[in-house]
Design a protein around this ligand. Structure first.
Ligand code: CA
Ligand code: CA
Length: 174
């Protein structure tokens, strides 16, 4: 009886903890390029997000700040998502992104910006280097796809597991 109750209590505490962890991020942040919070996403918001990426976030007055895609940083992907939304597109936060160079559609941008493919090849009129690329300074770098990271993690786990087993075996025989 006591055991049964404690299991229920543990489950309830765990559920409550999950609620505490998941609720705030869902409530506060949705994919939203309306940087000034006036209800519409337009060129003004795109400029505000760009200014924030370049250091001035004073005009980012909506709930997200200027983190349009809610990933915790403000970068040219947010700029791309705001631009994408200002053009009436949906699901802009799900659009693929990667390194974009030789932009001619905007002036004053760095030589390489990591942004949405549809923006790079569209309004920005640049060269898109693929979804598994990013910018490191002005350089285009390759980033491993998620599956490659998974394999890398698995290999590491096997290595650690093997080392522990080996160490355990040695102790036993000594
Ligand atoms: Ca707006
Ligand atoms: Ca972001």
């Amino acid at each position: 009886m006591y055991h049964h109750t404690s299991i229920i209590t543990t489950t309830r505490v765990a559920a409550f903890a999950m609620l505490l962890i998941t609720t705030p991020s869902q409530a506060v942040c949705t994919c939203d390029g309306d940087a000034d919070g006036n209800g519409a996403v337009n060129a003004i918001d795109v400029d505000i997000v760009r200014s924030c990426v370049e250091g001035n976030c004073a005009n980012c007055t909506n709930a997200n700040g200027c983190d349009v895609n809610c990933d915790g940083t403000v970068d040219y992907i947010d700029f791309g998502v705001a631009l994408c939304q200002s053009q009436g597109n949906l699901n802009c936060c799900d659009e693929p992104d990667g390194a974009c160079t030789d932009v001619t559609g905007f002036t004053g941008l760095p030589a390489c910006i990591t942004t949405l493919e549809i923006i790079c090849t569209g309004t920005a009129a640049g060269t898109f280097h693929g979804p598994n690329t990013a910018c490191a300074g002005d350089q285009v770098i390759d980033i491993p796809a998620t599956s490659q990271w998974g394999l890398l993690g698995l290999a590491l786990l096997v290595l650690i597991g093997g080392t522990i087993l080996l160490g355990h075996g040695k102790t036993k025989h000594a």
